[in-house]
Design a protein around this ligand. Structure first.
Ligand SMILES: [Zn+2]
Length: 192
């Protein structure tokens, strides 16, 4: 499996836009996405600078055989989130760190404050799957609560980062929420 890079992505096709979302007050989001987004269409694109992409993959290799986790900070754009940086978090799940992750609430508050200071929003979260595919698990969905955010998963096989995939948390409530695979776009040189 290779990194999730959709061929359509390069063709200039336009996708339904992801409206700016603030998580500071409420978990509301624009419902236009569901009505205009056919099930087979890729969701909005997640753009990552190459250094961030390599960094989160390296994080998964470093914590192997445990799961790593972290937060993606960025800006909403008409195409989807554009990540500026990733902040590493400590996996608070000491009981089952090989197949679970959890960011301590205090850690998350600190990261949110850092985001606000840098005028960035929480665009999503990343974690690794040691010796498991880069696909969300039932637990990942159950524990995902940030609607409109991207959840990036890297498969780490025998200590080596393999596929990295991203899933957008869709829906409005805990009962109708779901993950949709989305295209990852890696920006080679953010300064270009
Ligand atoms: Zn997972």
């Amino acid at each position: 499996m290779v990194a999730f890079l959709s061929a359509n992505m390069e063709s200039g096709t336009s996708y339904p836009s992801l409206s700016p979302i603030s998580h500071t007050g409420s978990m509301t989001r624009n419902s236009a996405m569901e009505t205009s987004n056919p099930p087979t269409a890729p969701g909005p694109i997640l753009r990552l600078p190459r250094a961030v992409y390599e960094g989160l993959r390296a994080h998964g290799e470093e914590t192997y055989p445990h799961e790593c986790c972290g937060v993606l900070l960025g800006h909403p754009t008409p195409d989807g989130w554009r990540v500026e940086k990733a902040v590493r978090a400590v996996n608070a799940r000491t009981d089952a760190a090989h197949n679970r992750y959890s960011i301590a609430p205090a850690d998350l508050v600190k990261i949110e404050m850092e985001a606000r200071r840098s005028k960035l929003d929480i665009a999503g979260f990343y974690h690794s799957h040691p010796d498991h595919p880069a696909h969300w698990s039932a637990t990942d969905l159950a524990e995902a609560h940030w609607f409109g955010c991207s959840y990036v998963i890297t498969q780490v096989a025998k200590g080596m980062a393999k596929a990295t995939c991203s899933f957008l948390l869709m829906g409005k409530t805990e009962t109708d929420k779901r993950f949709e695979a989305q295209a990852l776009k890696i920006d080679s040189d953010p300064s270009a």
